[in-house]
Unconditional design. Structure first.
Length: 220
């Protein structure tokens, strides 16, 4: 049976003791050391050669995210499972960008933590359900941000009055209603609509409305 060498990193000695009690009984896991901050973790990892580091995020001297970044930059770096009570999006994403293969919360059961350690050793990244939901939410938000930026770049090609007409179309107004609101003739509005479609390579008013919506101009 292969035994996974595990290094525990947490600034709270009670947490480290609790983790040792919870995880030390597993036959396939050997706890090779305990570190109280990121600097100690880097030194001990180099000396002990763990397979997995169970890493807290918030610690003095050097936080767990910085330690993860530096640890994962080493040749033959161990896998890192980030263990924390804090799971804001930016912390999750930074940990994953740093190379962490797992992310579980401190309220996870011993079985869940052990499963995370075993999974990363097997080459399977693992995230807690709460973290997975946050990442999905962040991905949707990021996609929306990219779409908004792209739409605004396209609309930047329009002259000011053309932009005003486009917003009117986005609000579902007819040419006559747009003309009245902007003090233009209906013929002038029609000419603006034609130029908008030509400049933006669009085929109809619906596409104009969708682009304005994506750009967030209806909220301005």
């Amino acid at each position: 049976m292969n035994v996974t060498r595990l290094l525990l990193v947490d600034d709270d000695p009670l947490v480290r003791s609790g983790l040792t009690l919870m995880l030390g009984g597993a036959e396939d896991v050997e706890i090779v050391g305990e570190a109280a901050d990121g600097e100690q973790a880097l030194a001990m990892a180099g000396r002990l050669g763990p397979d997995v580091v169970l890493m807290d995020i918030r610690m003095p001297t050097m936080d767990g995210l910085t330690a993860t970044e530096r640890l994962r930059a080493r040749p033959d770096a161990p896998e890192v499972v980030v263990l924390t009570t804090f799971h804001a999006d930016e912390q999750v994403l930074r940990a994953l960008r740093a190379g962490a293969a797992g992310f579980v919360l401190k309220d996870a059961t011993p079985t869940e933590i052990l499963d995370a350690v075993r999974s990363v050793v097997a080459g399977d990244p693992v995230l807690s359900p709460a973290v997975t939901r946050q990442l999905m939410t962040h991905a949707v938000a990021s996609e929306r941000d990219v779409r908004t930026a792209a739409a605004r770049r396209r609309l930047a090609d329009l002259a000011e009055r053309e932009r005003d007409v486009a917003v009117g179309i986005g609000r579902g107004r007819s040419n006559a209603e747009i003309a009245a609101a902007l003090y233009l003739s209906v013929a002038t509005v029609k000419a603006h609509v034609s130029r908008i479609m030509s400049k933006l390579d669009l085929n109809n008013r619906v596409q104009i409305a969708l682009l304005v919506h994506d750009a967030g101009l209806l909220d301005d």
